[in-house]
Design a protein around this ligand. Structure first.
Ligand code: GDP
Length: 470
């Protein structure tokens, strides 16, 4: 018996159960920090009292244990803690945010607890919480499943021809003009590599400049994970063929269409079957503050990512998955992350906006199934609140990334009412154009072996798996 098993008393007749929790959200939504803080909170639970098993003093011990899947990377929990607490071997001794999610990862925390009610007479129980971290961009690819190559190409080309994209897309678009995609082409493979390379460069440059431009895809072109350099990623959108023309069998179009279909079945469906369909619970993080900030991404992109999640949940019933592989997710929590970027009097508005956008998504995706909930949270609270009596305003204060000392920042006011008025008064998401969040450094002095500050992380965990710990 190893040390972990001794701590948990494994193998001595405890009832063991397992719950698989997916953590997703677009890049920068806060997945890495969320998983690190959640695990740290379970291991050091003093500030997790709104999680019933902690509040009711039924939590015995939680420990990290070897993950169940040998073939998935392990979530780098220890490295993230070292960075956040300023103990990273290669760091400068200052707390820093950890490296964000780029691919999938898994981590198992095993929790020994005393159940409530009559069953407590039968002794402690063991819950294995398997956390599964994956980029939301990959989930967005599900929208490709019901689109043909021609339909996808038309949408992606329209996006690339937007005036705002010109600087990024021009080299790829100009290159497309030099191609004859329907003619027989013995060098089609080389041509595909060249065109796909240019398309990928455009996507990445545009995303780097625009932030979370979620309409861009496919997801693996932006975050390839293990597919870096794979032939599955050598296709790109093509302009429509001339009316009546039939592409030659050895043409670039035929090759790219095949690759597109292979991407859908070997990447998109495979990801869904292998990972998504095996989750029990799901949390979706949304960085609303960034979307609402002046110059931030528009509402449509948030909605699209919510649509994709709902679609992923509903998709099991839609035909291509065998019934036993339909998602079994029965609870999804949509969380507005980094709530510490806003003063607390604005958190209800934040939740309200997320709820509304979700409402629209649900209407669009004809979804039925799991229980959905909304919360705003800060997995790791980096600010404190300061009330200015003169102005009757709350500020968030902390060390920002570009200041050397603490600053108090007023991001502007999120006013959900504004979304219902004319477009003239509002920016995206009903925020006034002056709305702007500041990026803060992690809080100083975090104890690697003690509890960390957060906002409603314990509530969120209760909503997600509280019933499994009852
Ligand atoms: P991921 O790409 O979804 O894995 O996002 P991360 O977890 O890496 O978070 C991206 C960035 O958001 C971090 O580097 C932090 O700057 C910020 N961040 C994440 N969570 C919090 C939080 O709870 N509070 C604050 N203030 N910032 C956060």
């Amino acid at each position: 018996m190893n040390l972990f098993d001794q701590a948990l008393d494994i193998g001595r007749g405890l009832t063991e159960r397992r719950v698989r929790l997916g953590v997703t959200g677009l890049s920068d939504a806060g997945k890495t920090v969320f998983i690190t803080s959640l695990v740290h909170g379970l291991l050091h639970p003093a500030r997790m009292t709104r999680l019933s098993v902690v509040g009711e003093e039924r939590l015995d011990v939680a420990v990290l244990r070897p993950q169940p899947s040998q073939d998935l990377p392990r979530f780098p929990y220890e490295a993230c803690v070292a960075q956040l607490t300023g103990h990273a071997a290669n760091g400068d001794g200052k707390p820093a945010w950890p490296q964000s999610t780029r691919s999938i990862a898994e981590l198992r925390v095993s929790i020994r607890y005393r159940p409530t009610g009559l069953v407590s007479a039968f002794g402690d129980r063991l819950l294995h919480l398997d956390l599964f971290d994956y980029p939301g961009e990959w989930l967005l690819d599900l929208t490709l499943l019901d689109r043909s190559f021609a339909e996808w190409s038309a949408g992606a080309l329209a996006l690339a021809r937007q005036p705002a994209a010109d600087a990024f897309a021009a080299p790829w678009l100009e290159h497309l003009d030099t191609l004859d995609p329907d003619a027989p082409d013995p060098a089609a493979e080389t041509a595909a590599l060249e065109a796909a390379g240019r398309y990928t460069a455009y996507l990445r440059a545009r995303r780097a400049a625009e932030g979370r431009a979620t309409l861009l895809g496919p997801g693996r072109f932006l975050l390839p994970g293990e597919l870096e350099g794979s032939p599955l990623l050598t296709f790109c959108p093509l302009p429509p063929e001339a009316p009546g023309a039939r592409p030659a069998r050895s043409s670039l179009r035929t090759l790219m269409e095949e690759r597109y279909r292979a991407y859908r079945s070997h990447v998109v469906k495979a990801f869904h079957e292998r990972h998504f369909a095996r989750l029990d619970r799901q949390v979706v993080l949304v960085d609303l503050g960034a979307h609402m900030s002046a110059g931030g991404r528009p509402l449509a992109e948030v909605s699209q990512s919510l649509d994709a999640v709902l679609k992923a949940l509903a998709i099991g019933g839609s035909g291509w998955l065998p019934r036993w592989l339909s998602p079994r997710i029965d609870r999804v929590l949509f969380a507005a992350s980094k709530a510490d970027h806003l003063p607390s009097d604005q958190h209800p508005a934040m939740e309200d906006l997320l709820r509304r956008s979700l409402g629209e998504s649900i209407r669009r995706t004809a979804y039925r199934g799991a229980e959905l909930d909304v919360i705003s949270l800060a997995a790791l609270r980096a600010t404190r609140e300061v009330l200015s009596k003169d102005e009757d305003r709350r500020y968030v204060a902390g060390r920002t990334e570009d200041a050397l000392r603490d600053v108090a920042h007023f991001p502007g006011r999120l006013d959900p009412g504004l979304t219902d008025r004319g477009p003239a008064d509002r920016g995206p998401w009903g925020a006034r154009d002056s709305f702007r969040i500041a990026r803060f450094l992690p809080p100083p002095g975090l104890d690697p072996a003690g509890p960390w500050p957060h906002l409603r992380l314990d509530r969120a965990v209760e909503m997600l798996i509280g019933d499994w710990l009852a």
